[in-house]
Design a protein around this ligand. Structure first.
Ligand code: CO
Length: 287
């Protein structure tokens, strides 16, 4: 874990564990797969939760996520298919469309809803929760929201497409700024026969989650629906596994916070007392 990293010899990251998410439901009955934030993987510092939602059945998503609070961390929504309207108690409102990203810093508190802006068709995407350090938990709420054409794309080799949401990949830098965790978030598409090596900052906690097809992650075949938790190092090798189709994965990394985590539903703080304060503030309408 704490290997000496030499500048001139990259250390490839390896797969420490591979595991599947668990089917669950959240909000007013949205069916989804929880990959991080389960009993088998409560968190992966600084990541608190990863959900994949993906369905063609309106009854699985139509009830959406009515008004609910957040305090103490960030939520990142990356839409693949479908449209979702968000609205909060500070007057912010918008519609997430396929390929768009919403990076929301809840900070000291927001109350918002996330509701489907469609009554039929496919709804697919990810929501990732990233923790904030103690010094930033009570910061003012903030949005970093990007339309699909504002997410830069790198094509470092034939058959390789990197959509760079945060951090740097293929010589391209994503638009998100978050110094606390210095995140990397890349949507990787590999055509048959294609492969690439990503730089992943040493010391960051990192994972790859394959969501279409299958990808050889650090030499190991990882299928859609499987999370590969990566060991330390400063590069990650990705390659297609077979002759057919395009495979896709998100690769995410962030600097661990190494702080105590006190968590109750949508509140993530450092101590129990801060959680009780969050509940009291929310109930008193102070969000
Ligand atoms: Co929310």
């Amino acid at each position: 874990m704490n290997a000496i990293i030499r500048d001139d010899h990259p250390t490839p990251r390896r797969v420490l564990h591979a595991l599947r998410g668990l089917p669950t439901s959240d909000g007013a009955g949205v069916r989804l797969t929880r990959v991080i934030g389960t009993s088998q993987l409560p968190d992966l510092d600084p990541f608190l939760m990863l959900d994949e939602f993906g369905t063609d059945r309106p009854e699985d998503y139509i009830a959406g996520f009515p008004d609910h609070p957040h305090r103490g961390f960030e939520t990142v929504t990356y839409m693949l298919d479908g449209r979702m309207r968000h609205r909060d108690n500070h007057g912010n409102e918008g519609v997430l469309v396929p390929g768009s990203v919403q990076w929301m810093t809840a900070g000291r508190g927001i109350v918002h809803s996330e509701m489907p802006e469609q009554v039929e068709g496919r709804m697919r995407g990810f929501q990732l929760w990233i923790n904030l350090p103690a010094r930033d938990k009570m910061t003012a709420p903030r949005y970093q929201e990007y339309a699909p054409d504002a997410i830069p794309v790198a094509r470092p080799a034939e058959g390789v497409v990197l959509k760079v949401i945060a951090g740097e990949a293929g010589g391209t830098r994503g638009p998100i700024a978050q110094p606390a965790t210095d995140p990397l978030y890349v949507d990787v598409h590999l055509a048959a026969g294609a492969g690439t090596t990503l730089d992943v900052p040493a010391g960051h906690r990192a994972f790859a989650y394959v969501y279409d097809g299958a990808i050889r992650v650090a030499g190991e075949r990882v299928e859609a629906g499987v999370l590969a938790i990566l060991g330390d190092g400063d590069t990650l090798d990705l390659a297609s596994t077979g002759p057919n189709g395009v495979s896709r994965a998100i690769v995410v990394a962030g600097r661990p916070l190494n702080e105590p985590v006190a968590r109750m539903g949508p509140f993530v703080m450092n101590t129990k007392a801060e959680i009780y304060q969050a509940v009291a503030d929310y109930q008193a309408g102070r969000f």
